[in-house]
Design a binder for this molecule. Structure first.
Ligand code: HPA
Length: 272
């Protein structure tokens, strides 16, 4: 991928949205596409129409960009994201982030469904992502560095912006009274973890585990964006409860809390 590939995609999106300048890009995790209902003046752009954009393969991931206003604030949302487990390279999976940067968007909200590792958590809780673990996975920045976006060896001591994270924490508290801040462990998937892996991740300091978000966060941090992340704990991680994990359980919980999630995100975009 070269700068011109990102630029071509950004130019195409610009041609569709005119002079709208989204204040923030939001990546909607599994089952969280309900935000679509709250857009005014909605413009939808299918991923397949954007030059260079990958196309989503997961059921339940729609595959379109949504641009419009939410309570008057211009917002861009990705309804459907790309995961490494689908077979994309991480360069491809994170392609949209740099396109958003070229569109002049500097704030990013990453959302996801994850498994709870911290035993104080319950299915249906929300956790602000304050840091992550991903040293056992390939980096999205592997390969020739694109100096136009950022340095070869970017610092990662504060990936998730403190101010945005505080705001998320307060809003989770407002809507659920069960706010959490924690460390998200990124796993490549697509199989869920084993109980031994979850015990190991807990010893390493993880509070939740999932298969997304971190590649995007690293690429966004590399190009100087303000990054924030919120995780919906859809299930307790492998081995904690005496039952097998399933995508159905994940979807069911995400579905139950989607309106709470929506309230959090709507207030967030208004207040930042
Ligand atoms: N593990 C990994 N990814 C997930 C989980 C989990 O338990 N729940 C939702 N996404």
């Amino acid at each position: 991928m070269e700068l011109k590939d990102y630029q071509t995609a950004a130019d195409y999106i610009r041609s569709k949205i005119g002079n709208i300048n989204p204040k923030i890009a939001i990546i909607l995790g599994s089952g969280l596409g309900v935000l679509t209902e709250d857009f005014e003046n909605l413009i939808k752009i299918k991923y397949q129409d954007i030059p260079g954009f990958p196309v989503s393969t997961v059921a339940g991931h729609a595959g379109e960009l949504l641009i419009g206003t939410i309570d008057g604030v211009p917002v861009l949302a990705m309804n459907g994201r790309f995961h490494y487990y689908e077979g994309y390279s991480l360069e491809t999976a994170t392609f949209p982030i740099r396109v958003f940067k070229l569109l002049g968007i500097n704030d990013l909200l990453l959302t996801n469904a994850s498994g709870g590792i911290n035993l104080d958590y319950q299915a249906g809780d929300f956790m602000v992502i304050t840091d992550h673990l991903s040293f056992f996975a390939e980096s999205a920045l592997r390969g020739k560095n694109m100096d136009e976006f950022g340095p070869r060896f970017p610092g990662m001591s504060q990936v998730y912006d403190k101010e945005l994270s505080e705001k998320l924490f307060d809003l989770i508290n407002k809507y659920t009274q069960r706010p959490h801040k924690g460390v998200y462990a990124y796993m490549k998937g697509p199989a869920y973890e084993t109980p031994a892996e979850i015990r190991a991740l807990r010893i390493l300091g993880a509070d939740a585990v999932g298969m997304s978000t971190v590649p995007e966060a690293i690429v966004a941090k590399h190009c100087g964006m303000r990054v924030s992340g919120v995780s919906c704990i859809t299930n307790m991680a492998s081995g904690i409860e005496q039952k097998e994990l399933s995508h159905e359980e994940v979807s069911e919980t995400a579905n139950k809390v989607k309106y709470t999630f929506k309230n959090i995100v709507k207030d967030f975009v208004k207040e930042i």
